[in-house]
Design a protein around this ligand. Structure first.
Ligand code: BV8
Length: 252
């Protein structure tokens, strides 16, 4: 059977599942922003950062060791996000939320593109690059208020400013963890879109849903540790699969 035929069959199966869902959970990773031109964690980053491993830099130890390097990296990533537009995958997920009001969107991404596509109530498991935080007072500073004339930037009280994201080795925000766990324990469909499914606790949610007998769907052009476990695997980019799926499930 050729890939295209398999893809069409899988879209139909996934649409059948999604059509009846009242409380789907959609969990996204860096792959959903790939078609907006934002490199994922495992793509080689172009230019200056090709020699650094994102898994090394997105770590509290890296910030403590070299706050200038880490804040420069995040400022560079922010400039990529700032120029990026949501893609058809982000827009289809926002459309799904409108079609099925009980949908809960949980993202590992920090780029704000789901919100830019019109998604609401986004659970940001790993925070947001659009917010920075004073390491002294905890005060939150929107990125547009930071002049970035010095690295690491400092708050008005002189404390170091860091991105309001969750680094490896850091706890996730309790309110996000709680909201995500609640949504996963109540969902009737679980979709994993554009994530390598290797980072915990996010990577554990699909198993939590599957162990309740909830149908699971994965959208990823590559296999992941989850692929063998899900009920339907859409081996495609989210920019194609998500619009196809929403159209097949709910019509134009
Ligand atoms: C914590 C924010 C308690 C910053 C990120 C249990 C078991 C094992 C390990 C652990 C565990 N519990 C904790 C750990 C340690 C660690 C962990 O999971 N390590 C892994 C590597 C084994 N977890 C933590 O430290 C977490 N903290 O649990 O607190 C604690 C505290 C102290 C000590 C122990 C425990 C914090 C994790 C959060 C880290 N922050 N991001 C930033 O963005 O800079 S993680 C970052 O990488 C992402 O946010 C994401 O979560 C993660 C993986 O990235 P993905 O989103 O999946 O992207 P990736 O590039 O990997 O994959 C992209 C995918 O897209 C690919 O599969 C590709 O095929 C696909 N794709 C490509 N194009 C497309 C596409 N898909 C669709 N369409 C396309 N067009």
């Amino acid at each position: 059977m050729n890939d295209e035929h398999e893809y069409q069959e899988a879209i139909e199966r996934a649409a059948e599942v999604l059509r009846d869902a009242q409380r789907p959970v959609i969990m996204t990773g860096a792959g959903v922003s790939a078609e907006s031109g934002i490199a994922t964690f495992r793509d080689p980053e172009e230019g200056l950062w090709a020699k650094y491993d994102p898994m090394e830099l997105a770590h509290i130890d890296a910030f403590e060791r070299d706050p200038e390097l880490v804040t420069r990296w995040y400022h560079w990533r922010f400039r990529k996000c700032k120029d990026a537009e949501p893609n058809a995958g982000h827009r289809a997920i926002a459309e799904l939320q409108r079609r099925v009001p009980g949908t809960v969107l949980v993202t590992q991404n920090i780029d704000g593109l789901h919100q830019a596509a019109g998604s609401e109530g986004v659970i940001e498991l790993h925070g947001s690059i659009l917010r920075w935080r004073c390491t002294d007072t905890g005060a939150i500073v929107p990125i547009e208020q930071i002049p970035f004339e010095e690295f690491p930037p400092r708050s008005i009280t002189g404390g170091l400013l860091r991105p309001d994201v969750v680094w490896f080795g850091e706890m996730l925000p309790p309110e996000a963890l709680e909201a995500a766990a609640e949504a996963v324990s109540a969902c009737d469909v679980f979709m994993s879109v554009g994530t390598s499914s290797v980072v915990y606790p996010a990577a554990g949610y699909a198993e939590m849903a599957a162990s309740r007998g909830v149908p699971t769907i994965e959208v990823n052009p590559e296999p992941t540790p989850l692929t063998a476990r899900v009920d339907v695997s859409l081996r495609s980019g989210a920019g194609r699969a998500m619009p196809d799926l929403v159209r097949m499930a709910f019509g134009n």
